[in-house]
Design a protein around this ligand. Sequence first.
Ligand code: HEC
Length: 289
Amino acid sequence: MTILPRIAALALLFAASVVPPALADEHTPNPPRQRWSFAGIFGHYDRAQLQRGFKVYRDVCQACHHLNIPFRTLSQPGGPQFSAAQVAALAAEYKVQDGPNDSGDMFERPARPADRIPWTFPNENAAASANGGKAPPSLQLMAKARGFERGFPWFIIDTLPGFVYQEHGPDYIHALMTGYQDAPAGVSVPEGGHYNKYFPGNIIAMPNPLSDGQVEFPKGPDGKPPVPETVDQYATDLAAFLMWAAEPNLEERKRTGFMVMIFLAVFAYGMYRAKKIVWSKVKAAGAHA
Ligand code: HEC
């Protein structure tokens, strides 16, 4: 293959990698990009932000959605890193069903850190009937489900700074939370529906969940919360928290990707040197002949 088709093929691959996922239709603009601490090659989660995000989830979203993760993951490294005692106290506030006991009956007990965070609804049908026929989906993988997954070798290449953008999922969640507005003239919103600029099709069954000042954040040393208690901030912290829920090992993955890149660079250089040494002898022999 000559060099031109190769360059063309590479350019095509690159173009395919940077095209945003097909979220938007003609009425739903692409979610605006936000700044995320977990973007880029040295991306990492901001612990305080994940803790605030969890608080918003717990105070607001949990009334309808579920997350399906065990409580104890909230204290694991790489996540919000609540203390084990905080997680145990948190779990004890919830009730889960257990059993059967010796007489064959199911019973309720306070949750333990190993239990999954229970859902308000006993099942999908109950959730759907309480929400106008649409069950609120699990938010565990939402930040990824509305973004896009990329396999080998892209997950290595994606760690290169500025190369490919991976944060469409959290951008979408942030946009969805801040995208409620009055329907434009001429658009009728059916009973039980709500107009959202960024929801594909614009009519969503979820009522606007957030309003300014709704969730109290822990106060800093000066007696004020370290960040504003606004919808925009709630949406940002929530999206970061949901990103962690969907990808708890992101920090480790990025570290590994970085090490792989260094290894490949050193290896390539070594091969280049080896080639030079081997072929220099061949050439020298040729010159004498
Ligand atoms: C009153 C119940 C209720 C509350 C509270 C609520 N949701 Fe929802 N949510 C729903 C329902 C119902 C749907 C399904 C909407 C649909 O498909 O039209 C939904 C869908 C979603 C979706 C999926 C949108 C998509 O692209 O399919 C996301 C993301 C979401 N909710 C996030 C949140 C977050 C974050 C919170 C907390 C700030 C929250 N929700 C609070 C009921 C709720």
